[in-house]
Ligand binder design. Structure first.
Ligand code: DGP
Length: 113
């Protein structure tokens, strides 16, 4: 999995601005923020996408969602926020390591594009 960008962030080979870390999960700022707060929450263990993670390690999936909520609290998003996971080509996924986007700090529109 050495070609996986997010595995390299987990390994410390690519720098990232970390906002929260636990034994199993890492949360860091997106390199191309789409809102004033845009944090990515990932499992340290590699899974291609949400479906793969839930299938193989549902306990870890729960930890990732818990960390997303914790990151939102840490970032002061009491006005509300959005959690998104893009999956596959139709979902617009560009990095094949499961991640949640935590977006906030402005009023978000719906539906997404
Ligand atoms: P997605 O398109 O849902 O797979 O989201 C991937 C996100 O990852 C995208 O918003 C940009 C972000 N990203 C890609 N490469 C890097 C990187 O090297 N560092 C950080 N912090 N974010 C990255």
């Amino acid at each position: 999995m050495s070609a996986c960008i997010f595995c390299e962030i987990v390994a410390g080979k690519i720098p990232a601005t970390v906002v929260l870390e636990t034994e199993h999960v890492l949360a860091f700022r997106d390199i191309s923020p789409q809102a004033p707060t845009h944090v990515l929450v990932i499992p340290r263990e590699h899974h291609d996408n949400l479906t793969s993670l839930v299938t193989h390690n549902p306990d870890l999936a729960a930890k990732v969602f818990t960390a997303a909520s914790d990151a939102a609290v840490l970032e002061g998003l009491e006005g509300g926020y959005r959690v998104v996971s893009n999956i596959g080509d139709d979902g617009g996924q560009t990095v094949d390591h499961m991640h949640l986007h935590v977006l906030g700090g402005r009023s978000l529109t719906w539906p997404p594009g």
